[in-house]
Ligand binder design. Structure first.
Ligand code: ADP
Length: 488
């Protein structure tokens, strides 16, 4: 079976044109023949009756046998394209103009003869007495005799002689020429058709090649399909256009999948590391206590227990944060937005951290533009964001430092800014701090902070249709900003 679309089309065209050629020759032969017969019969429709009157074949109601014989002889010699027969009312052949032995039938069918006399449409084919199978066009004239009987002068047109000459003509140059003309026009049609198919399928071939290259490159390298011109874009161009966007999409998704896979591996590695460290420490302290508890004084025992408790708290916090982030990322957490006063929420959160701030001698305050409209957000989740940002600021701000939560508003949003005068973050670190498990310095790795706080805050803010931005200068402090929509 042919493989390419072009060969399939070319093969179909060949079959089609051969079919057309065959149909054309059958049809033209049939129609020409039919037309010739009709034409000839029309032309000679009065031939028989003319013969009867001109040759005076009937004289006073009696057949003139002598005149009939002469007529037979005359036409045999002069016009062999017609054959003349005298029939009775039943179609029996009484006499004829032929050499003896030539005439095979004794009787001809009267039905077409009657049709002729009734004036039915030509061509009418009657029995050819010279053959048992052939039918031929004819002219007939009824002859009423004085004894009341009927005779018919039956003239077969296109007699044997005529057909012999016609066959000669059919093989003639003219006929061959018209056959050749048909052949040449079909050939030209074939060549033009092939050229057209070639032009049309070439772009499809290009597209197929591009797709093959794309799949062979494991869907990583995409050479886009180039449209010929913007104006005359057809179905192939549309296909190309959709292929381009599909391939681009596949490439991007594959890239995203790869990145996700890397992140997942990293996450598993980080989680197992972060869980293993406090677990190992916890186990170590408990085992030591179990083995040596009796040798320890109360203070040492309390200290060991304290350390074990801290490690278990770190574990709990880590597991909680992980669970929270997983829920946020799996989009399981639903937003329950409601109108509330952001200033009040910030005051509440500041209140929670008041003691820690005071013990560290850090000034923690809010500066809010007045009046401040209500925002429309999930109060519980926004509280979590504020807690994470303020906790971070407190952790990275030394004594005598300042932390300010500023609230500003414009027509549509309230902007929240958590600003500290702490250690700041190096420029190179800024883009990473929102990543899961990212901690800026190694000191923090051993602390109970897993590097999830900003990831959680970022997720929550994103769910609210906003984004956390950060500006920071090492040694001068950091500023985390996000906004929330005003409630209307
Ligand atoms: P964690 O939960 O461990 O605090 P985060 O995701 O909240 O982790 O923060 C990631 C990193 O960003 C931290 O390791 C910290 O070094 C840095 N960072 C966050 N907030 C501040 C800040 N206000 N000042 C300086 N560094 C900060």
């Amino acid at each position: 079976m042919p493989k390419t679309l072009f060969t399939k089309l070319a093969l179909s065209l060949t079959v089609l044109l051969l079919g057309i050629g065959l149909l054309y020759s059958i049809l033209s032969t049939y129609l020409t023949h039919h037309y010739q017969q009709e034409f000839l019969q029309h032309l000679n429709r009065h031939l028989a009756s003319n013969l009867v009157t001109e040759r005076e074949l009937v004289h006073e109601g009696v057949l003139n046998q002598e005149a009939l014989k002469k007529t037979f002889m005359h036409y045999m010699m002069v016009n062999p394209s017609i054959e003349i027969y005298l029939l009775d009312a039943d179609g029996n052949i009484l006499s004829f103009s032929a050499e003896p032995g030539k005439v095979k039938r004794k009787k001809v069918d009267m039905k077409p003869i009657m049709d002729f006399t009734e004036g039915k449409a030509f061509p009418l084919l009657g029995d050819d007495p010279r053959s048992f199978e052939r039918n031929k066009i004819f002219s007939v004239a009824p002859i009423s005799l004085s004894d009341g009987s009927m005779r018919y002068l039956y003239v077969v047109l296109r007699g044997e002689e005529y057909e012999r000459v016609e066959r000669l003509f059919q093989e003639s140059f003219l006929l061959q020429l018209s056959g050749a003309a048909v052949f040449v026009s079909l050939l030209i049609g074939f060549i033009v058709g092939l050229l057209l198919f070639m032009v049309l399928t070439r772009r499809l071939q290009t597209l197929t090649q591009l797709m093959q290259q794309f799949s062979q490159s494991e869907f990583t390298q995409h050479n886009p399909y180039q449209q010929k011109s913007n104006k005359s874009s057809d179905e192939i161009d549309t296909l190309g256009y959709h292929y381009n966007s599909m391939a681009e999409r596949i490439r991007e998704q594959l890239k995203a999948l790869k990145k996700q896979d890397e992140l997942r591996r990293e996450l598993v590695a980080n989680v197992s590391h972060d869980l293993r460290t406090p677990l190992a420490a916890l186990q170590g302290y408990i085992e030591t206590l179990q083995l040596k508890a009796e040798g320890f004084d109360t203070a040492t025992r309390a200290e060991y227990l304290d350390i074990a408790l801290k490690h278990s708290q770190r574990l709990t916090r880590l597991v909680e944060e992980l669970f929270e982030l997983a829920k946020l990322e799996a989009k399981e957490t639903q937003l329950h937005c409601e109108p509330f006063s952001l200033a009040e929420l910030v005051q509440d959160v500041i209140q929670k951290f008041k003691l820690t701030a005071e013990s560290g001698n850090i000034k923690l305050e809010m500066k809010a533009q007045k009046p401040l409209p209500f925002v429309n957000a999930d109060i519980g989740l926004i509280e979590r964001v504020l807690e994470n940002l303020i906790a971070n600021a407190l952790r990275h701000t030394p004594a005598e430092g300042e932390i300010t939560v500023m609230l500003k508003t414009n027509d549509t949003k309230v902007e929240i800014e958590v600003q500290d005068s702490g250690s700041g973050i190096a420029e190179s670190e800024l883009q990473n701090i929102f990543d899961r498990f990212y901690r800026v310095n190694n000191m923090e790795r051993s602390s109970h902070h897993a590097g999830l706080g900003l990831s959680i805050a970022q997720r929550i803010v994103t769910m609210h249709g906003s984004k956390i931005r950060v500006t920071s200068k090492p040694g001068e402090g950091s500023r985390f900003i996000f906004d929330l929509p005003i409630y209307r």
